[in-house]
Every structure is written in structure tokens, then in C-alpha cells.
Design a protein around this ligand. Structure first.
Ligand code: CP
Ligand code: NVA
Length: 305
């Protein structure tokens, strides 16, 4: 049976732990210059409906490091852009490649793709989730605190796709999540409910200072996610007071780290002072996309076909 990564909850606690150890090992091999071409002859198709810097580069370089290759496919250049059905594209692509990473507007596009593709499918971001980001974030938090268990994470701002994956991950990582969001911008209620039903500790609050108080991690993301640009002005107004400032970070634990999946909008969700400051780990976090996804590719594609 092929495995997909559509949601961060597709991997249980043990699998996540194993993936993190593999990612840490792969990082060491890369830093030591030791070849690890375990996916020689394998190909990853990367389908993008939206722009990307980190996801695109890290998957492409990751496949190269592993001895395989990656194909960058923009939907506008595919027949998908002219109305070919997802299920037809999925069945055809699966006959050429060993796995597919897909970034789509609608989560259901990725779910449909995975249903019809006979090879592993990876969610490279949808309107509901961004599981690959969480893999890198979990790796970064482990690096700093040795473990994710009982780590207090304050999410400040939009309860978007990244926040939803963070919320769900509370069920498998032991992290305690407090999300401070303005009305109408909370994480998906079904995800909060699911995480808590599975033993997660997730709470949604309004006050950013309350969420940040004694937090080990302060995390944020853009106020205007891809696909919400038409609401830009309304959103910028709604998120006033939800900027990660130096004053807000002072509320957190003295050795707290500040995370952002990037791209960042200085002066909106985070100040220049904070993102450039000593508590910011955003560049390591971005680097960890590469190591975590390489472990993921080995796990999913290495055992398939
Ligand atoms: N964090 C992230 O997914 O970045 P990109 O949109 O640049 O891929
Ligand atoms: N929430 C952002 C994440 C970008 C990586 C978006 O969906 O645009």
C-alpha cells in the first residue's frame, strides 16, 4: 500500500519520531559531505497551483541529494490549466513518476489526486493544511528543546493552513498550543476539536499577550495567505494588534524561540527587530524543510515501486 502525507496526522507519534531521527541523520550526512543517494532512479513530480520559494527549492534539491530527480510543473502549463480533470492527471502522472508533491488552492484537489494516483502524494500546502511546514517546525523545536513534549507554542495572528497543521500536531507531539486570533480568523474548529479529542492540548484565545505569556515558542505567519488577496484590506484591519513585536516576545519565556514559515511581511505579522533578532530561528526553520522532506521522501518513495 502506498502512503501519502496529506495531513500532519497521517503519521502517528512513533512514525513522526522515526521521521525526525531520519531527518537529523540526513542533515548530518549532508553536512559531512557523505553521499546518500538512496532514491537513485526515482522521480518526483512537483505540481504547483500557487507560487513557492522554499517548497519548490527544498523538494528539488532534496531529490537531487537523494540521487533522484524532480520535475517542476506549474498547473498553468499543464492540461490541468485547460480543464483536464485531476483524476485523469493523477492516473497518468503516476505511470511516469515515483511520487507527486502538490500545492493547491483547495485541499480537496490534493485528496482527489491522492485517491487516483497509485504513487505517494505529498501535500505541499492547501487552504486547510501545510504538513511539510510542520515537519520542519517540529524538527526545529526538537533541536532547541530536545523534545516537543510539553513545549508551549503561542500562535499569533491568522488561524490559517500552517496554524491548522500546528493544532493537529498537538495530538502527536505533546506540544501545548495556544492560538491568539481575531474573531473570524480562528483555526478550523473541526481541527481544534479533533486534536483535543485525540489528547492534544489546544486552546484558542483572543489576546496575543495571553498566548505569548511564558511560551517557549512564538510562531506567526502572514495575514494574507495565498488565495485571500481579495480580502487584503479587510484582513490587515482585522489583524491590527496581532504583530509579533519585541514587547510581545518579552512576555514569553526568556529562552523562547520565534518561528515563521516565511515569506514574512515585516511590519505586519512580525517586526524587523524580532525576525532579525537573537531569538529568531526562521533561517534554521527554513533549512529544516530540506532535511525533514528528504526523510519524508525516503519513507514514502523509497519503499514504493
Ligand atoms: N513556507 C513555505 O512553504 O514557503 P514557500 O511558499 O516559499 O514554499
Ligand atoms: N499561510 C501561508 C503560508 C505560505 C507558506 C499561505 O498559505 O500563503
Amino acid at each position: 500500500m502506498k502512503r501519502d502525507l496529506i495531513s500532519i496526522l497521517d503519521f502517528d507519534e512513533d512514525e513522526l519520531g522515526e521521521l525526525m531521527r531520519d531527518a537529523e541523520h540526513l542533515r548530518k550526512l549532508r553536512k559531512d559531505g557523505t553521499a546518500h543517494e538512496v532514491l537513485r532512479g526515482k522521480t518526483l513530480a512537483m505540481i504547483f497551483e500557487k507560487p513557492s520559494t522554499r517548497t519548490r527549492i527544498s523538494f528539488d534539491v532534496g531529490m537531487h541529494d537523494l540521487g533522484g530527480s524532480a520535475l517542476y510543473l506549474n498547473t498553468q502549463d499543464l492540461q490541468l490549466g485547460r480543464g483536464e480533470e485531476i483524476r485523469d492527471t493523477a492516473r497518468v502522472a503516476a505511470r511516469y513518476v515515483s511520487g507527486v508533491m502538490i500545492r493547491a488552492y483547495k485541499h480537496s484537489t490534493i485528496v482527489d489526486f491522492a485517491r487516483y494516483a497509485t504513487v505517494p502524494v505529498i501535500n505541499g500546502l492547501s487552504d486547510r493544511e501545510h504538513p511539510c511546514q510542520l515537519l520542519a517546525d517540529i524538527m526545529t523545536i526538537r533541536e532547541h528543546f530536545g523534545s516537543t513534549l510539553d513545549v508551549n507554542v503561542a500562535w499569533i495572528g491568522d488561524g490559517n493552513n500552517v496554524c491548522n497543521s500546528l493544532v493537529l500536531s498537538a495530538a502527536t507531539t505533546g506540544m501545548i498550543v495556544q492560538a491568539a486570533c481575531p474573531p473570524g480568523y480562528e483555526p478550523a474548529p473541526d481541527m481544534v476539536e479533533r486534536a483535543n479529542a485525540l489528547g492534544g492540548r489546544v486552546e484558542v484565545v483572543r489576546d496575543p499577550l495571553e498566548a505569548a505569556r511564558d511560551a517557549d515558542v512564538v510562531m506567526t505567519d502572514t495575514w494574507v495567505s495565498m488565495g485571500t488577496e481579495a480580502e487584503r484590506d479587510k484582513r490587515i484591519k482585522a489583524f491590527q494588534g496581532y504583530t509579533v513585536t519585541a514587547e510581545l516576545v518579552k512576555e514569553a519565556s526568556p529562552d523562547a524561540i520565534v518561528m515563521h514559515c516565511l515569506p514574512a511581511h515585516r511590519g505586519q505579522e512580525i517586526t524587523d527587530e524580532v525576525i532579525e533578532g537573537p531569538q529568531s530561528v526562521v533561517w534554521e526553520e527554513a533549512e529544516n524543510r530540506l532535511h525533514a522532506q528528504k526523510a519524508l521522501l525516503v519513507k514514502l518513495i523509497g519503499r514504493n515501486k
